[in-house]
Design a protein around this ligand. Structure first.
Ligand SMILES: *[C@@H]1O[C@H](CO)[C@@H](O)[C@H](O)[C@H]1NC(C)=O
Ligand SMILES: *[C@@H]1O[C@H](CO)[C@@H](O)[C@H](O)[C@H]1NC(C)=O
Ligand SMILES: *[C@@H]1O[C@H](CO)[C@@H](O)[C@H](O)[C@H]1NC(C)=O
Length: 334
């Protein structure tokens, strides 16, 4: 009965329009996030003419929205009716998880065909786990992170590094100075491979990292950086290392040496000045009179037998001799 009515319907409208094929069953199509899918739809009769047609997405149970007029699908849809007017298939690219659901293709005949679309997102390998890694200073290290299905291109990807008890982004935004220009993803061929390569490792890159594609999909890493015993002699010899960071330890001692030179120069100048002052003092008071006093005092049996053997002794003795000398001159006047 239904089939007869349908046939009648087709015959009535044959000259006017297109009845889409496969109206009785819902096709199931699946794609990967970031990828594209073709939702098939065509006229049952290749000779029919298509006046209008549309693709609609089921937003709620009773609400269908036209994909052509929805912002969500903007710049992601391709039709093929231009080259083959009865081919009403729709290509959706850059798939998102939110594209998942029911679609229907219908012409003015209002007998739609249904397509159920599933979009496989990125499920990270080892999600929720912590991976421990060791790298050598001066070399590079790969932090492995990937979607279980390597063809999935995650909608979001973020690499974070713990610094000062906070996680900061190192990819795609480079918020940490020590990681700038040293991190890159190696996923040209496989969109689901989110592994991060850190090059020219230093001790500063040691710590906790995580790779995430959504709040539920996270893999943690603990990276240990070993000092490479062979990179240190290189930095102190004339052989120029290729990475600028190896210059840093070499620059540090040079800076320190300059400090020591200044300190030593300061001490040397102070000693020189002191010696000069003592010498001038000694000359002003006249070395000869003092010498005379020495013999006088010695004759008088005073305890000044010690020979001055250092600069300090000279100064001390000079002061004492001068005092005694002036005393004697005083007594002579009386
Ligand atoms: C193809 O379909 C679109 C959407 O219905 C329509 O706007 C356009 O005119 C069609 N192109 C041709 C060549 O029929
Ligand atoms: C419609 O066009 C697409 C793209 O060229 C093609 O892959 C598909 O097979 C066509 N469908 C039909 C029914 O011809
Ligand atoms: C991801 O890419 C890196 C670098 O090309 C490679 O070493 C690694 O094996 C890849 N991971 C997977 C899961 O394919």
């Amino acid at each position: 009965m239904r089939a007869h009515l349908h046939l009648l319907f087709i015959m009535l409208h044959f000259s006017r329009g297109c009845d889409v094929s496969d109206v009785s069953q819902t096709k199931v199509i699946s794609g990967y996030s970031g990828g594209s899918v073709l939702l098939p739809c065509s006229c049952a009769q290749p000779q029919s003419t298509v006046h209008t047609f549309s693709w609609q997405f089921q937003q709620t149970v009773n609400t269908w929205i036209s994909v052509f007029e929805n912002q969500k699908y903007r710049d992601r849809l391709v039709l093929f009716n231009e080259s083959s007017p009865t081919n009403l298939s729709l290509l959706i690219s850059d798939l998102r998880k939110t594209d998942e659901g029911y679609y229907k293709c219908l012409t003015e005949q209002n007998t739609p065909t249904f397509v159920q679309l599933t979009v496989q997102g990125c499920d990270l390998v080892n999600t929720g786990k912590t991976v421990e890694l060791t790298g050598n200073s001066g070399e590079s290290v790969l932090l492995p992170c990937s979607c279980t299905e390597l063809l999935t291109k995650p909608e979001h990807i973020q690499w974070m590094y713990m610094t000062e008890n906070n996680y900061k982004e190192i990819y795609p935004k480079e918020e940490v100075e020590s990681h700038k220009n040293r991190v890159k993803l190696l996923n040209q061929n496989t969109p689901g491979n989110l592994s991060l390569l850190i090059s020219a490792l230093t001790i500063k890159h040691q710590g906790t990292y995580y790779c995430s594609v959504s709040p539920q999909q996270i893999v943690y890493f603990i990276l240990t950086v070993k000092e490479n015993p062979y990179t240190h002699p290189i930095s102190s010899t004339t052989h120029e290392p290729p990475h600028h960071f190896t210059n840093l330890p070499a620059a540090q001692p040079a800076h320190n040496t300059l400090h020591y030179v200044f300190i030593l120069l300061g001490i040397f100048l102070s000693v020189l000045l002191l010696t000069l002052l003592v010498f001038i003092y000694w000359r002003c008071r006249g070395g000869r009179t003092v010498k005379k006093e020495i013999t006088k005092e010695s004759n008088d049996g005073e305890a000044l037998k010690k020979e001055p053997d250092s600069q300090d002794d000279v100064m001390y003795s000079t002061v004492v001799y001068v005092k005694t000398a002036s005393k004697e001159s005083d007594t002579q006047h009386h």
